[in-house]
Design a binder for this molecule. Structure first.
Ligand code: S3P
Length: 477
């Protein structure tokens, strides 16, 4: 896939515009083609042993490409996640006029166009499965004086976009969407945006980031009020690129995050830490198999992302932090996870934003634990790549795990013994459902299959290989 990032001479000729057309064509063939479903099965494992390295953080990778494109000069990125979602963002930045090059494994270089300097994309931006690309990009597109179009795969076209349409419309952009604020979306942007003070109605880093990115090309100060803190990678990275971002307590509770418009973002070097959400699969697999001893190197432990590890500790998991350090302005450590018998606990609603992507794999840990685990205040799971509450509940049911599901909760009853397993789980184009239930297969009495493992490549190419290196058997069914 990386071939697509090298400039080539073709019948379209040379130069920037020609390259943009070529890449649009190459991307359409390489990334937009629907995946053929790949049925995978995970077989019970005695224990897992070994040392692996977490792939680059998906959230930080998207932001590095976007801010590199909005900066002037040459940004170098090391450790970029080369999953399909992030490649969608790279392609979109290129269609806006950034020179984005792939130099080698995880190593990228971007020559940006500067705040407000993007060109009108000459085709529909196809963002595949990637909600982060779609939401964050809508803030950039809305603050440019041109019209652009976005679409995505069957999963992304079902996901709510109204949450970004509302604040960006208040700032002055116009949108046309399908019923229910769904993609495809037409965005009529403006370079005369009005700064707003906006209280987030949902705890969403994507919505916060869309507004802050729009605030870059807006005169004055744009403020997002966050009642519940969500991942702060955008704020950290905006500062790294030279923007003024202020964070203060809000009188009504929560945080006020203010970006000062029209900064001159300057190109920077970025080191992307490993992804705690991807590391979670190997961590849970090791934690629930007694006798396991696995070290996962380079795991980002931003406190606003680390809720799963706190929860596993409370369940009695043995997780040691080694080699704690700072990578690219984010706290990082190597995690040493040893297998044990976990116990069920209550996971409070206010922890949800710090582990929102980890509930499916936590449900797997809970299925192997002794006692009941209650996951409360998790309605947002219904707005992910699939309705994750429904997908997880169906997967547990297919594998003989007792549970209860409500509008905003999931309760899993474990009895300390390996779950029965033996089911086939529908993944609904959701990478985390696929990986979570493959982890269940490693810990169950009988193998567990997923109907389609192809979405795993959106966030974790190499997942099966990494798990193999620890002794797991995950193969085509
Ligand atoms: C993300 C934020 C979260 C998370 C997603 C990545 C981000 O979504 O689920 O995988 O990079 O900002 P929400 O902001 O919608 O909660």
């Amino acid at each position: 896939m990386s071939r697509a990032f090298h400039p080539v001479k073709t019948k379209f000729g040379h130069g920037r515009r020609a390259r943009r057309r070529i890449f649009a064509v190459v991307w359409r063939t390489e990334l937009s083609a629907a995946h053929a479903p790949v049925k995978l099965v995970a077989r019970p494992a005695v224990s897992l042993q070994g040392r692996v390295r977490a792939p680059g953080d998906k959230s930080i990778s998207h932001r590095a490409l976007m801010l590199g494109a909005l900066a002037l000069g040459e940004t170098s990125i090391e450790g970029l996640l080369e999953g399909e979602d992030v490649l969608r963002t790279a392609a979109a930045m290129r269609m806006l006029g950034a020179d984005v090059r792939h130099l080698g494994e995880g190593a990228w270089r971007i020559r940006g166009f500067g705040v407000g300097g993007g060109l009108q994309p000459d085709d529909v931006l196809d963002l595949g499965n990637s909600g982060t690309s779609a939401r964050l990009l809508s803030g950039i597109l809305a603050s440019h004086r041109f019209t652009s179009f976005m679409t995505g795969d069957g999963s992304l076209r079902r996901r709510p976009m109204q949450r970004v349409i509302d604040p960006l419309s208040r700032m002055g952009a116009r949108f046309e969407a399908r019923e229910g604020g769904r993609m495809p979306l037409a965005i009529v942007g403006t370079d005369e945006m009005v700064p707003i003070d906006y209280r987030l109605p949902v705890a969403s880093a994507q919505v916060k980031s869309a507004i802050l990115l729009a605030g870059l090309n807006t005169a004055g100060e744009t403020t997002v009020i966050e009642p519940e803190a969500t991942r702060d990678h955008t704020e950290r990275m905006l500062r790294h690129f030279g923007a003024e971002v202020r964070v203060a307590a809000d009188d009504g509770g929560g945080k006020r995050i203010t970006v000062v418009g029209w900064p001159e973002l300057k190109a920077r070097d970025i080191m992307v830490p490993g992804d705690p959400s991807s590391a979670a699969f190997a961590a849970v697999a090791a934690a629930v198999r007694p006798g396991s001893d696995v070290t996962i190197e380079n795991v980002g432990l931003n406190p606003l992302r680390a809720g799963l590890y706190r929860t596993l500790n409370e369940m009695g998991a043995e997780i040691g932090l080694e080699n704690q350090r700072d990578v690219g302005g984010e706290p990082v450590a190597d995690l040493r996870v040893r297998g044990s018998i976990l116990k069920g606990i209550d996971v409070p609603p206010d922890r949800a934003p710090t582990m929102i992507d980890e509930y499916p794999v936590l449900a797997v840990a809970a299925a192997c634990a002794t006692g009941t685990t209650r996951m409360l205040g998790v309605a947002e799971l219904r707005a992910k790549e699939s309705d994750r509450l429904a997908s997880v509940a169906a997967g547990l049911a297919a594998n003989g795990v007792k549970h209860d599901m409500g509008p905003d909760f999931l309760v899993v009853h474990g009895n300390g013994a390996p779950p029965p397993g033996g089911g086939v789980v529908a993944t609904h184009l959701d990478h985390r459902i696929a990986m979570s239930f493959l982890v269940l297969g490693l810990a169950s009495r009988q193998a567990v299959a997923v109907d389609d493992g192809s979405p795993i490549d959106t966030s974790f190419p190499g997942f099966a290989g990494l798990m193999h290196s620890l002794g797991a058997v995950i193969e085509a069914a």
